[in-house]
Structures are given as structure tokens and as C-alpha cells.
Design a protein around this ligand. Structure first.
Ligand SMILES: [Zn+2]
Length: 359
């Protein structure tokens, strides 16, 4: 991952240690429940028309942290209820990994009703017949609110152990800036990034299908465990530009630049300038340099602007100074440094600095 404000992925980065992960992977720590409060009597309360966490908690004058929401996911087409604290969100990839599933999708109202017989918004784990898994944070809760599995009703003062038994607790929620670093406990920062490379563990999915096997130490045939490694070629370009630009445009790092040198011929009407441009262009090409010759009939100003915008590391100008003194200007895109040299010196200088940087 390369950090960049325009990145399509959210990345969690620790402010203190080297921990970094994307949201699918960033681990949350089980919450320390502290001393258990006295259990209050389980009570069913009427919550007419109230389905959303915010609405229910406002009506009951509680914080959303005191409510357990029940989400239904179709895990490889089978419904599973996921419990989590009212202010938390499910991280579907964590659920997928926990249940070793191929596909996990949030059930819609109709699918929820088919699976549970309860309208969405009033679901709760009490008496639910589909499998239930809960996020770690639920284990730390007491006297909480759940849906009563009945339209317009919720339960208050629900307690684990007394009213409800959950067999599976896991890290199932999306991490947030409020969570501590899972490694060192320091503050986390959420930032954007571009995924430029990845590794997938494919397991035996494809090797079994293709019957790609090897013989193990006992002489038994086993499918290969496969992995794949990818690099996002076009994303690398995007990431490099994010990190290397200024108000005028791209500043390509030399090894990545599509052209290392751009020659601006500012004297299309001038025989000497034309032939110098061509000569320089050919000598650089012959020496293995990627070079672009701008011989468009444009004003010098637009040629300079376009060269900056394209971000080619070296800009060579064959202009007035050449017709007057036989001198050529070299400008480095990154530093803005210029030098004025003869044609032969220009070739030598470019070859030398490009080769040094690429070696
Ligand atoms: Zn840390």
C-alpha cells in the first residue's frame, strides 16, 4: 500500500509503532469489561415503529453503546446472525474468514424475514434459530438492549449467561480511530492508500480442480497449496504521481518516466536549429535514452507548460541561445536547475547523469 489522499482503500496506521493494515485485516482488541454491574430484570418494552439503532436508543434514553444489533448475513447462501454493539459496523471479510466462506452478503428485509420470521429492525438473539456469532465487544456488555423478535418490541436489561448464551465470539467489526493499536495500544490513524501489490492465498481451490498434485513423504497424492502475487502496474504510476508532483504537473522519477528527455525545438523555421534538434534526438536514441522531440508548431510558452505537465525528468531547449551562441539549455524537472552547454556537452552530461541514476 502506498499512502495517498486519493487512494481507494482506507488504511489503519499506528501513531507510535510500525503497525499498519487495511480495514479487512486491522484487528480489534477484546474490550475489558471491568467490574460487572448488578443485573437488572429482563423486561420487554414496546418500541412502536422503531427499527434503527439511533431511534431506539433515543427513545429508550440509552447510548447506542448499550444496544446490541443483530445483523443477518447470507454466508454461502445460509443465514447467520452477527451480533455487535450498536455503534459498531460489521467487517464482512472478517466474517468470511471466521466461517471459512466463499461469499458473504448482507441479507435484505425479505431474506431476513424468510430466515427468521421476524421483520427487520426487531431482530434479537433470544430464541433465534439461525446460527449466531458475536463480536468480542458484546462479551463486555451488561444490561443491554436487543430486538425482541417481535414487531414493535425490544428487550432491555439483557445479560449474557443469565438470558443468553453465545458460543462464538470473534473479531468481526470494522476498526475505527477510537480503537487502540492492536500491537502497542497507542492511538491509530485512518488514512487513504493505493494498493499497488497484493498476495492471495488460493489454498487448494484451483489445484484440486486441475488435479495438480504432488506425492508427500508417505507417497500420497496431495493437491498443491497455491498462492498468487500481483502488482498493479497502472496503480504504481498513479501512486508515483501522487508522491511526485507540483503545481505544474507530474515529476516522474527517472526509472519510471516514459521518456527520460524531452527536446523542445523552438526554431522550426531555422535550418540550424532543426538539424541540431534532430542530431541531439538521434544521438540520445542511439545511446539507449528514451527521448521525445517536441517539434509541434506551438508557442514556446505552451511547449514549456506541456513539458512540465508531462513530468519528463530532463527538458532540453534549443532556442535563441542556440542560434546566437550555439548553446543548449538543460533543465531538471525536479530541482528546476538549469545549465547551458554545447551540443556535445549536452549529450555527454545527459548520458552520464541518466546512467548514474539508473545504475
Ligand atoms: Zn502500535
Amino acid at each position: 500500500m502506498v499512502l495517498a489522499a486519493t487512494g481507494e482503500d482506507t488504511i489503519v496506521v499506528c501513531s507510535s509503532c510500525t503497525y499498519a493494515a487495511n480495514l479487512e485485516k486491522a484487528a480489534t482488541r477484546p474490550v475489558d469489561p471491568g467490574p460487572a454491574p448488578a443485573m437488572l430484570p429482563l423486561t420487554k418494552v414496546e418500541t412502536p415503529g422503531m427499527k434503527k439503532v439511533a431511534v431506539v436508543s433515543e427513545f429508550l434514553k440509552i447510548s447506542s453503546e448499550d444496544l446490541v444489533k443483530t445483523m443477518v448475513y447470507l454466508v454461502d447462501d445460509k443465514p447467520v446472525a452477527v451480533l455487535l454493539r450498536g455503534d459498531h459496523e460489521v467487517q464482512p471479510v472478517k466474517l468470511k474468514n471466521l466461517l471459512n466462506a466463499i461469499d458473504v452478503t448482507l441479507a435484505d428485509d425479505k431474506q431476513i424475514f424468510t430466515a427468521t420470521g421476524v421483520p427487520n429492525g426487531y431482530l434479537g438473539p433470544l430464541g433465534l434459530t439461525i446460527p449466531v456469532v458475536a463480536d468480542y465487544s458484546v462479551a463486555a456488555m451488561a444490561n443491554f438492549v436487543i430486538g425482541a423478535n417481535e414487531k414493535n418490541y425490544h428487550y432491555i436489561n439483557v445479560n449474557l449467561g443469565r438470558d443468553l448464551t453465545i458460543n462464538t465470539f470473534a473479531d468481526l467489526r470494522q476498526i475505527s480511530e477510537a480503537d487502540p493499536c492492536p500491537k502497542c495500544g497507542a492511538k491509530l490513524e485512518l488514512t487513504r492508500g493505493i494498493e499497488v501489490g497484493h498476495i492471495f492465498k488460493l489454498g487448494v481451490k484451483y489445484s484440486e480442480a486441475m488435479q495438480a498434485t504432488f506425492l508427500d513423504a508417505e507417497g500420497h497424492s496431495q493437491p498443491f497449496i497455491m498462492g498468487c502475487y500481483g502488482i498493479g502496474v497502472s496503480r504504481i504510476v498513479a501512486a508515483a504521481i501522487e508522491q511526485n508532483h507540483d503545481k505544474d504537473g507530474i515529476i516522474f522519477p527517472l526509472p519510471l518516466a516514459p521518456f527520460q528527455v524531452v527536446i523542445l525545438n523552438l526554431g522550426l523555421q531555422d535550418v540550424a536549429m532543426n538539424s541540431a534538434s534532430e542530431l541531439l534526438y538521434q544521438s540520445l536514441l542511439n545511446n539507449g535514452i528514451d527521448v521525445l522531440l517536441d517539434d509541434r508548431d506551438e508557442r514556446p510558452g505552451s511547449k514549456f507548460k506541456d513539458a512540465d505537465l508531462l513530468g519528463i525528468p530532463y527538458r532540453i531547449t534549443i532556442g535563441k541561445k542556440f542560434s546566437q551562441e550555439g548553446l543548449i539549455e538543460i533543465k531538471e524537472r525536479r530541482s528546476g536547475e538549469t545549465s547551458t552547454l554545447s551540443l556535445n556537452e549536452t549529450v555527454a552530461k545527459l548520458l552520464n547523469s541518466i546512467k548514474t541514476q539508473l545504475s
